[in-house]
Every structure is written in C-alpha cells, then in structure tokens.
Design a protein around this ligand. Structure first.
Ligand SMILES: [Zn+2]
Length: 225
C-alpha cells in the first residue's frame, strides 16, 4: 500500500495505470496523481456501492517472509517498506497492481475486514479517491498523517488497532450488511474457504471475524527470529 505523507516516505516510483490488466483492486478504479507531496492515489471511475469488495488478496501478490534477503536488499528495501503491508503472520505483502497506491485516511471509505479483503464503508462516488485505514496494516512505527479529514488523528500509531478495533468493527459490520445486495466483481479472486466464511456471516449473522484477526505483534517476530 502507499503513503501517508511525504515526510514519512522515501521517494516514490511511478508506474502507468495500464500496467494492471486484471486488477485485484476493484476494476472501476484508476491511478491518478494526487499532489507532489502525496504522490499517486487510486480513484473510483464509477460508483462503488457500500459493501463492495474493493481489494482482495490474490495468489499473484508478492510475499516477503521474515528473513527474506530482499527486505534488506538496498535495491528493494525502499519499495517493500513503502508499498507492502504486514499480514497477521508477519509476512509483508506487496500488491502487484494499483492496490499498492491506495492512500491512508483517518476517515477512509474502505477498510480491511478480518477476512483479508477491503470493503467499501459507504458509497464511493466516481472521481473520489479510494482511501484505507493503515492502522490495520501492523505498522512498525508511527506515521505522521496529513489526510485532512475532520477526524484526522495526526499520527497513525502502531497500536491504533488495539484501541480502535471495536469502533472499526461497527463500521465493517455496517458495510457487510449490504454485501449480498451489491455486485462483487472481485469475488472470483477470493479463495473458497474465505468466501464460505464471509457468506456464513452475512447470511446468518454468526461467526463474524473481527478486524483484530489482522493484528500481528512485532515483538513476536523479534522473539521468533
Ligand atoms: Zn489523518
């Protein structure tokens, strides 16, 4: 995923929007320049209704396990640090498509579910920037935020997920309440087991998987290393 603010980031790379032919981010999106400070972002090209999957992790995503020499390789370290997120296993995930350019906002219009996909928290209008909650990406350190939202936290803290998960789960459950009513173009990219788990929850209201399931403890990595 991409950046919070220019101060927190190394230089960014630029890729054309057309290098993504079969995106795992919603197809009604495109890459645009936001500003010199922020760099690029992902924008909706059509209405994306609340409850729509906006990103799903597919089998083409690059994975960097702890100890992977590429993480420390000076040729790749900046790229991995800037664009990858950390999953609950402590594995860095680098999106191969425009998903890596989605910016953080403290009042985002998408958010990671405990099912490992991003869902639209509300209707996203054409031309609106797709934004996400980096507090669920297992940050190793604080990031200064200049998202401009009225509720901007100023700093995105590594432990925000511990303090705000209940509030985020309320938002996620509300978004998932319309999951069955909207077109889900990314559904074929979701693995079968996850698809069944999500379907069980949205149909029965049972077995909800909290966004807390995404949490990874950096101290656990240090102990196991
Ligand atoms: Zn903010």
């Amino acid at each position: 995923m991409s950046a919070v603010s220019a101060e927190s980031l190394p230089r960014r790379l630029t890729f054309g929007a057309t290098d993504c032919r079969h995106p795992m981010i919603h197809p009604h999106t495109e890459l645009r320049k936001v500003s010199d400070d922020i760099g690029h972002g992902v924008f909706a090209t059509a209405l994306i209704p609340k409850g729509t999957m906006v990103y799903v992790k597919d089998e083409l995503e690059l994975e960097f396990h702890p100890g992977d020499r590429r993480i420390a390789d000076p040729r790749y370290a900046d790229i991995v640090e800037t664009y990858a997120y950390l999953d609950p296993r402590g594995v860095r995930i680098l999106s191969w498509d425009n998903a890596r350019y989605v910016n953080h906002c403290c009042e985002p219009n998408t958010m990671s579910t405990g099912y490992n996909f991003e869902v639209a928290l509300r209707d996203i209008q054409p031309g609106e920037q797709i934004t996400d909650e980096y507090g669920l990406f297992n940050l190793a350190w604080e990031l200064r935020c200049c998202c401009g939202a009225p509720g901007c936290r100023g700093i995105v803290h590594p432990d925000d997920a511990d303090n705000l998960a209940d509030q985020w789960d309320v938002q996620l459950k509300d978004a998932l309440s319309t999951y069955l009513n909207v077109h889900q173009p990314l559904l074929p990219c979701m693995d079968l087991q996850t698809r069944r788990s999500v379907m069980r929850y949205v149909k029965t209201g049972k077995g909800y998987r909290s966004c807390r399931a995404l949490r990874f403890r950096h101290d656990a990595l240090a102990i196991s290393a």
